[in-house]
Ligand binder design. Structure first.
Ligand code: SF4
Length: 267
């Protein structure tokens, strides 16, 4: 449930060459927007920051307006941290914190590292919402400062993963393996799309991958919906899921059962 729909762009610091240097150092990031949410993107009430730029092209993407890095607003980590400070009391009361999402946040791993380092120093819970495709860019220091990884496993069969995202599955598996080995908490997310990701063998392949990660605390099955479709039309991008429906209860139950049969905690 969304507690606040106040998605607003953040102000930009000036100076093009200074900005590039600051971006390389992780002090400035290209930010799409932020919002305050409750009961999504991690525990408690959260400030979710959406970064611009993503190398994937998921057929069901709800935010194609985050795909291009250049469409973001250059924003200093200091500014973000000042905003985070304002909500510290709410985070403490609700057991919430800060989530960095996208786009794909690890496209700007240095910026995430800067913000999460500041959060960790203040004892604020942090969640990284990622496809894992760029997991190799996450330093151990970044992961040390990450309380929870929301890991989107978009499909379990390599050919289906490629069809869904245009990219390879393997980097996500490697990232999950690394998180499991280092003891990082994971909430897995799987978007269930009738006719695209719902084949029993694809779901079973996701469940098999996830079952080998020891640190998975929950699996969230997210039913596909059409809420982002208008953004594709607005940007003139061909949309392939026009006639696709939200999964019905029997499909949801079958998929849930496929995960629970491997002992996975489905929410
Ligand atoms: S990874 Fe996320 S932001 Fe990127 S295309 Fe897929 S759904 Fe959209």
């Amino acid at each position: 449930m969304t507690a606040s729909e106040t998605r607003v762009p953040l102000p930009s610091p000036g100076g093009r060459s200074q900005e590039l240097a600051a971006r390389r150092s992780g002090r400035v990031g290209m930010v799409h927007s932020w919002e305050l949410v409750t009961a999504v993107d991690g525990p408690g009430t959260r400030m979710t920051l959406f970064l611009s730029g993503c190398p994937l092209r998921c057929q069901y993407c709800q935010n194609p307006d985050t795909w291009l890095l250049r469409d973001g607003v250059p924003t200093s980590a200091d500014d973000i941290i000042r905003r985070i400070e304002r909500y510290r009391g709410i985070f403490e009361t609700t057991g919430g914190g800060v989530t960095i999402s996208g786009g794909e946040p690890l496209l700007q791993a240095g910026f995430v590292e800067t913000v999460f380092d500041a959060c960790a120093r203040r004892g604020i819970h942090t969640a990284l919402d990622t496809s894992g495709y760029l997991g190799a860019r996450a330093s151990d220091a970044l992961l040390d400062d990450t309380s929870l990884v929301l890991l989107d496993v978009k499909s379990g069969l390599p050919e289906t993963y490629r069809s869904v995202t245009t990219r390879d599955l393997e980097p996500t598996i490697r990232f999950g393996d690394r998180l499991s080995e280092r003891g990082s908490a994971i909430w897995v997310r799987f978007v269930l799309v009738p006719g695209l990701t719902d084949a029993p063998e694809n779901v079973d392949a996701v469940a098999a991958i996830v079952a080998r990660w020891r640190t998975v605390e929950r699996v969230e099955i997210l039913p596909f919906h059409q809420l982002g479709a208008h953004k594709w039309a607005e940007r003139g991008i061909p949309y392939t899921l026009e006639g696709t429906r939200t999964p019905d209860q029997s499909l949801l139950q079958r998929v849930r059962d496929q995960f629970t049969s491997r002992g996975l905690p489905v929410r």
